[in-house]
Design a protein around this ligand. Structure first.
Ligand code: FAD
Ligand code: PYC
Length: 415
C-alpha cells in the first residue's frame, strides 16, 4: 500500500485504516464527563436528566447485565408518595408528580394507572400510626384519606373485612393518586430518551474497580477495560456497598432478597392496590390479568437474585386471609431481586468521601416509585457537585449526625 503526504495527514486526523500501524497515534482512552454505574431506572433517569436539564451529554451508563434486568424489572410497580416525614414526602411526591407527565416527557406510555393504594390497618397500633400519617401527608399537600372497614369494603369489594380472621381489617389509608406503572417501560423510556440526547449506554460492562489518584476518582475499571471519568455516580441497587467498598468506602447497607409472584391471568377482579404490612403481602392486578403479589424481605443477606420458599408460603397465607376469592388461583411464576436496605429504610443520596464519587442507593424495597425524582435530583447533584435541596437530608452524614429519617412504617413492606 502506498501513502501520499496527503493521505498520511488525512489518516492522522481521521484514524483511517490505511495509516501504517507503527505511525498510528495511540488510541485515545475513552473518557466521559460523568459515568453512571447501573442501568436500572434510577441510573438511566439520572443520565437522561443530566443530558436534558444540564446539557451534560458526554455521559456513559455502564450496566453489567441488561437494561432494567435488576430490581427495575423485578418490582411490583407500586407508586405512591404517602411517606411520614417531610423529607421523604417531598422527594417521593416530586417523583409522583414527574410520573404524572412521564409518558409525554418520554413519548412512551409508561401506563401509569392511578387506581388508588390502600394501606391496611389491623391493630389499634396500626390505626394510630396510619391516622398520624394521613395528617402528616395532608400537611405536606399530599392527598390522603382514612377509611374505616366498611369504606374499605366499598372501595375494594373483594377484600375480606370479617372480624373473625387472625388480623381483622380495622381500616386503611387511601392515596387516590397512587397506583401502578409499567416498570420496563420506565427503564426503556429513559434509555431511549437518554440515547437520543447522546448518552452512551453500555450493556454487559461490569465495573470491577475505581481509578483513584490524589483522593479523587479519575475513572473506572471494567470488564471492557478502563474508562476515564470526571465524575462517577454509583446507582447499583443491591450492590452499592460492594461498589463503594472498591473505592474504600463502607456503607451502612444490607442486601436482602425481596420476592414477588404472579398468578395465572384472570378477568378484571381487583380494582386497586392493597398493601398490608402486618400480614405481609401487597396485591394488584396487572393489565394482562395476573394478580401481582409481593412479600416482605427474606431475613438473611444474599446476592443470589432469589429467595426462600417459606417466605412465599407466608405471603400466600396472608393473601388468602385478605382475599379468600383467590383460593383456587394457581401461581404462574415467582422471582426475587436484591434490595439494599438502610437502617432507617431511607436512601443515601450524595457525595462519598472520595472526591467526585457519588452514590444514589439504599432505596430498599421502595425505589421504583422514586425513579423519576431520584434521577432528577441526582442529575442535579452530579452536575453541580452539590446536593439538590431534596437530596440533602439523605446524605451519608446522617449516620454520624444521627438525623435519621425512619420510614419503616411508610415503607409498608416487612423488614
Ligand atoms: P436496579 O434496577 O437494580 O439497577 C441497578 C443496576 O446496577 C442493575 O441492573 C445491576 O445489574 C447493575 N449493577 C450492579 N453492579 C454493577 C456493576 N458492578 N457494574 C455495572 N452495573 C452493575 N419499589 C416500589 O417503589 N414499588 C414496588 O412495588 C416495589 N416492589 C418491589 C418488589 C420486588 C420483588 C423487588 C425486588 C423490589 C421492589 N421495589 C419496589 C424496589 C425497587 O424495585 C427498587 O428500589 C428500584 O427498582 C431500584 O432501581 P435502581 O435503578 O436503583 O436499581
Ligand atoms: O414501596 O410501595 C412500596 C412497595 C410495594 C411493594 C414493594 N415496595
Amino acid at each position: 500500500m502506498r501513502f501520499s503526504a496527503f493521505s498520511l495527514l488525512r489518516n492522522a486526523f481521521t484514524g483511517h485504516e490505511e495509516w501504517p500501524p507503527f505511525w498510528r497515534f495511540p488510541e485515545p482512552k475513552p473518557s466521559y464527563d460523568v459515568i453512571v454505574i447501573g442501568g436500572g431506572g434510577h441510573g438511566l433517569a439520572t443520565a437522561y436528566y443530566l443530558a436534558k436539564e444540564h446539557g451534560i451529554r458526554n455521559v456513559a451508563v455502564l450496566e453489567r447485565g441488561w437494561l432494567g434486568g435488576g430490581n427495575t424489572g423485578r418490582n411490583t410497580t407500586i407508586v405512591r408518595s404517602n411517606y411520614l416525614w417531610d423529607e421523604s414526602a417531598a422527594i417521593y411526591e416530586h417523583a409522583l408528580q414527574l410520573f404524572e407527565t412521564l409518558s409525554e416527557e418520554l413519548n412512551l406510555n409508561v401506563m401509569l394507572s392511578q387506581r388508588g393504594v390502600l394501606n391496611l390497618a389491623h391493630t389499634p397500633g396500626d390505626v394510630r400510626e396510619a391516622v398520624r400519617r394521613v395528617h402528616a401527608n395532608r400537611l405536606n399537600g399530599i392527598d390522603a384519606e382514612w377509611l374505616d372497614a366498611k369504606q374499605v369494603k366499598d372501595f375494594c369489594p373483594i377484600v375480606n373485612i370479617s372480624p373473625d380472621v387472625r388480623y381483622p381489617v380495622l381500616g386503611a389509608t387511601l392515596q387516590r393518586r397512587a397506583g401502578v406503572a409499567r416498570h420496563d417501560a420506565v427503564a426503556w423510556g429513559y434509555a431511549r430518551a437518554a440515547d437520543a440526547l447522546g448518552v452512551d449506554i453500555i450493556q454487559g460492562c461490569e465495573v470491577t474497580g475505581f481509578d483513584i489518584a490524589g483522593g479523587r476518582v479519575r475513572g473506572v475499571q471494567t470488564s471492557k477495560g478502563t474508562i476515564g471519568a470526571g465524575r462517577v455516580g454509583i446507582v447499583a441497587a443491591g450492590h452499592n456497598s460492594v461498589l463503594a467498598a472498591m473505592a474504600g468506602v463502607r456503607l451502612p447497607l444490607q442486601s436482602h432478597p425481596l420476592q414477588a409472584l404472579v398468578s395465572e391471568p384472570v378477568k378484571p377482579v381487583h380494582n386497586c392496590v392493597v398493601m398490608s404490612n402486618a400480614v405481609h403481602v401487597y396485591v394488584s392486578q396487572s393489565d394482562k390479568g395476573e394478580l401481582v403479589m409481593g412479600a416482605g424481605i427474606d431475613g438473611y443477606n444474599s446476592y443470589a437474585q432469589r429467595g426462600s420458599f417459606h417466605v412465599i408460603e407466608h405471603q400466600m397465607a396472608a393473601c388468602l386471609e385478605l382475599f379468600p376469592i383467590f383460593s383456587r388461583l394457581r401461581m404462574m411464576r415467582s422471582w426475587g431481586g436484591i434490595v439494599d436496605v438502610c437502617p432507617d429504610a431511607s436512601p443515601i443520596i450524595g457525595a462519598l468521601p472520595v472526591q467526585d464519587l457519588y452514590i444514589n442507593g439504599g432505596w430498599g424495597t421502595g425505589g421504583f416509585k422514586a425513579t423519576p425524582g431520584s434521577g432528577h435530583v441526582f442529575a442535579w447533584t452530579l452536575a453541580k457537585g452539590e446536593a439538590h435541596p431534596l437530596a440533602k437530608p439523605f446524605a451519608l452524614e446522617r449516620f454520624t449526625t444521627g438525623a435519621l429519617i425512619d420510614e419503616h412504617g411508610a415503607a409498608a413492606v416487612a423488614h
